[in-house]
Write a protein that binds this ligand. Sequence first.
Ligand code: HEM
Length: 368
Amino acid sequence: MGDTRNIDLRFVMFSVISVFLLMERFYVHATLKVGFYNQSCPLVEEIVRSVITKAYYANNPQIAPALIRMHFHDCFVRGCDGSILLDSTPGNTSEKEAIPNQSIRGYEVIDEAKAMVESLCPSTVSCADILAFAARDSTTLTLASKKILYQVAAGRRDGSISLENEVAMNLPSPLFNATQLISNFESKNLTAEDLVVLTGAHSIGVAQCGSFTNRLYNFSNASNTDPTLDPVYAEILEMKCPSNSTNSSIVVALDSLTPKTLDNMFYIGLMNNLGLLSSDQALLTEEFLRILVEMNASNEKLWESKFGEAMVKMGEIEVLSGSDGEIRKNCRIVNSNALVDLAYLRFRSDEVKEEGKQQHQEQHKQSA
Ligand code: HEM
């Protein structure tokens, strides 16, 4: 009897906690909204799309993978709050400077989009939302079908804190094994399936030698090279990346089969020992992850729709909304610093004016 009551009590508690968690999840959904700027800045998505598309076709197709990765790195550190876009200040080294972010590119394209949006709708659209739109537009540009995979719910607000030392502790390392990858994603409310589906972003873009040479040299006591790497592919990689190479301008496609198209060939490559990063290949080391890889490899349409859904979910991580945070005027500077800059500029211009006035009076006196 006592046992039954305990079980009942545990069941009630479990239900209450589940409802609470569900409500919390619903609340996060409810704060962001598709069409959030319909009244306040109806052209924002078109403006962002035109800036990204122009950059992509102006001989800069690498901008697309760069912006998808920038959004991922933004969301995993302090949530999707545009903290990755903040520049360092004299007293603070920002996320940009952390090692995993040193190869992030494309900040100038976000600046361009923000400047155009600001000129039309001042202080209305957050930098975090502009980055989320830009990442979505980048997926559209790199899909073979050029299809819009997903709608971006917006209403994110910008954070004002960006710390270099928070990056490595929040982002997954390319040396992580399956357990570490799963627990990193779970800490961001993403599932193991989201992990497999989102890693499909490695179907485009590149990596520097330092991100995978652990697999090419001194891999283990038994083997110099990672035995799960195709031997011919390993030889090609060794030619490109000699041991101890520190040349960051040498890069290798993450998906050697279709490097420029966002598709499911990344998974087919993985199953053929052509995954580039240890963390990519790690997706084959657990049976249930391997099944997910095989599913994505065998059904491109299914992966596409799951990728869109997972990007939406990733874009909701720990967002600021309502009256939290701010709408930065310049994505690189928090507004209070921008005001300091403005005040300083005004002060300097008053000083310059004063100097000019004095010089003018001096000249006047001398000529009189
Ligand atoms: C699962 C854990 C992940 C790890 C360990 C990881 C790690 C890496 C590393 C090491 C690189 C190469 C960086 C370089 O050498 O310059 C890279 C590139 C890239 N990653 Fe990931 N990543 C992960 C998940 C993701 C996710 C979830 C996304 C997006 C949804 C993503 C998108 C990209 C893209 C698009 C590139 C190419 C960037 C470019 O060409 O500029 N990655 N990733």
